[in-house]
Write a protein that binds this ligand. Sequence first.
Ligand code: FES
Ligand SMILES: [Fe+2]
Length: 357
Amino acid sequence: MPFIQNTWYAAGWANELGENLVARTLLNEPVVLYRTADGGKAVALADRCAHRFVPLSRGKRKGDTIECGYHGLCFDATGACVSNPHGDHMIPRSARVKSYPLVERDGILWIWMGEPAEADDTKIQSFPEFAKDSGFVSVAGSLHVKANYQLISDNLLDLTHGQYLHPMFANAAGPATLEPYNDPDPETVWAKFYRRSQYPNKYFQFLGYPADTLGDHRNCMRWNAPSNLLLDVGMTKVGAPVEEGISIPTAHLITPETETSSHYFWAMARNFRLDDEPFSKKLLDIGIDLFNNEDKPMIEAQQAAFGDTDDLLSLKPVLLSTDAPSVRARRIVLRLVADEQANKRSAPAGDVRAVAR
Ligand code: FES
Ligand SMILES: [Fe+2]
């Protein structure tokens, strides 16, 4: 299935960028990311020199340009070739590489892989808990998963897997209950899992919730296309408002690398023990352990079992009641892909949208 092109994807964390050149394949396209010195603008260019198509990320920074490591053409932050060290030094008109709209928001780099003229940054999903001065502190990581991005969304939209896959999340009373909730926004899916009036699992005990105290535990996942999720994790005393409890908003931003591999950027924020560095380190270790050592191998094994297909529903899987949110999300993706393909077909000849990938 084609990827949705005209949408914002996470390209990484804003604090990854500096002098260095970061090479990353997104939606099958090689991209190089860096930050200019003047004002520190984040830049995304095609990682493919216009001359002999080698990765520009094998070159080096020369001021705010990249000097290709093969024959020395220099490309600026707009993708224009600005220096040709050979012959009469004339710059061929075709010597330019694609540049991608890239926006930094909430500590996240958002890239638009589709038609640049349609990039509308008001459509970027909001993750204010991860912004500077949000009142939360956060730890972040990323991993590479050899699986289609929607298998990772499926994993996140059915958190009953925590009971079986993550010993730290197992609950004495069994898996959490999915409580029905349909967001009125047709492009937002919520999967709200609760454990009401139960004792804390190992994770909440680690966070400081007393082992002998009953509480209401929530795992409410918000999904937006193509695969950007925010998990509101929290525990309060029974019946207490969420503001009175522990809150750990967690971002899960999944960006396809290829049809069968993905970048998974995650971050955990918290509204307590804000200055406790050792606690941050421990949370980071827990996140890495959970996502890298428990989710990733299971999802990769799932992809391996599928062979090359990226269409789960075509395999006619058994569907459980807890699959409702992930099926809804998949249907939204199918609709958005179909709309985009139809728009491409109906675009008049010569319209750049007709040839936009
Ligand atoms: S391949 Fe880049 S300058 Fe030749
Ligand atoms: Fe998990």
